[in-house]
Design a protein around this ligand. Structure first.
Ligand code: SAM
Length: 368
């Protein structure tokens, strides 16, 4: 018979801990704060920069089938690119397709007679692009798994093809990526498809049934929330409403016109974008101002463009649009508002700030 020695209080305590371990582990894993405290993640030697973090996000985002499917199913988008390539890529052209995704634009260019297409992507989606190209007998395409800034070629190309537009136009780092490739790898006089863009930022009223006021503007069955004004969130995300469906917008309060136009063929670099835009709007339809709706238009020719306007039935469907929320304001027909948009870093929408002031009504002219 094994002899059983009396257990010390310490070993009894350890045994109890061991029994509780399973339960504790589950609790620790589910409680994020506890988890971080018990299993601290070793600090990386060097913090990733904002650019590196964005690239990592972009790579995994576009690796998802659904993200690629949405773009391919967007008929206005695909028709726009198909027509642009048919019009502007000539047999024999050498082309870079920056961010080829499933390789669709490279395939269009190849079918158009390009002598060589460098189809580059930093995401694993490139493996699917290779399968698709083989399946469709697409020729003259070289797939390169790289970020554009690391692409090196022996000779410059005639055309840079791309679709680098984010919902806020700039948030996929389009300007930096394209101007870098242009300066290093595009022939003088070469073409960027698309290269011309217009950004819109228009005063908007949201449909009453969909409108969500700021908390400090609420009064719910006599419970007044105005004191919440002192506790406005600091998180910039709170002031951006992402939307995609057309039923959300009621109407624009004024006539739309671009607040910024740019041409990637001539813009020197991303640092040449303005850091402040000031523009005025004359109210043509009275109503509650809920914010500014941000959308864009890409132009290849005067009769060939693509737009993400929420008020256009022919809009490209895979882009959402954004509403930059404002404090509640009611505007009358004829009111003029001065709007200022300041941006320290265009691709980072958290750095966008906006405000408006009402211009004084001009004195009515009286005649004797
Ligand atoms: C909006 S998708 C467009 C995909 C495809 N061109 C199309 O039209 O369906 C952008 C693609 O570019 C890739 N991408 C974004 N920035 C890139 C960069 N700087 N270098 C290489 N690939 C990039 C993403 O991984 C993604 O697959």
């Amino acid at each position: 018979m094994p002899s059983s020695s009396p257990r010390s209080p310490w070993s009894a305590f350890l045994q109890l801990l061991r029994r509780l371990r399973g339960k504790l582990a589950a609790k620790i894993i589910f409680s994020q704060r506890l988890n971080r405290w018990v299993y601290p993640t070793p600090e990386p030697d060097v913090e990733p920069t904002q650019n590196e973090r964005y690239r990592e996000f972009n790579r995994s985002y576009f690796a998802q089938f659904y993200e690629q499917e949405k773009m391919l199913a967007d008929k206005p988008r695909m028709d726009f690119y198909y027509a642009a390539i048919a019009r502007h890529i000539k047999p024999g052209d050498r082309v870079i397709d920056l961010g080829t995704g499933t390789g669709i634009l490279a395939a269009f260019a190849s079918r158009r007679g390009a002598s060589k297409v460098y189809a580059i992507d930093h995401s694993v989606v490139l493996e699917h692009a290779k399968t698709l190209a083989a399946h469709n007998r697409i020729e003259n395409v070289e797939f390169v798994s790289t970020h554009s800034k690391d692409l090196r070629l022996d000779a410059p190309v005639d055309v840079i093809l791309h679709e680098q537009m984010g919902d806020y136009l700039f948030d996929e780092d389009m300007v930096t990526n394209i101007t870098d490739l242009r300066d290093r790898l595009l022939k003088p006089g070469g073409l960027i498809l698309p290269s011309r863009f217009e950004l819109f930022c228009e005063p908007v009223k949201v449909r009453d049934t969909r409108f969500v006021p700021h908390m400090w503007d609420l009064n719910v069955h006599g419970i007044d929330y105005s004191c919440m004004d002192r506790e406005r969130p600091q998180d910039p995300h709170y002031y951006h409403i992402p939307a995609a469906d057309l039923g959300y917008i009621d109407y624009l309060l004024s006539n739309a016109s671009p607040v910024l136009t740019l041409d990637l063929g001539t813009l020197k670099s991303a640092t040449d974008l303005p850091t402040e835009l000031r523009f005025t709007r004359t109210i043509t339809r009275a109503g509650r101002l809920d914010g500014y709706v941000v959308y864009f238009r890409a132009l290849v020719d005067d009769d060939l463009s693509l737009n993400s306007s929420p008020l256009d039935a022919d809009r490209a469907t895979n882009w959402g649009y954004r509403i930059l929320r404002t404090d509640r304001d009611h505007l009358a027909e004829g009111d003029v508002i001065d709007i200022t948009l300041t941006i320290s870093h265009w691709p980072d929408v958290d750095t966008w700030r906006w405000k408006h002031v009402k211009a004084l009504h001009p004195e009515p002219v009286t005649t004797r």
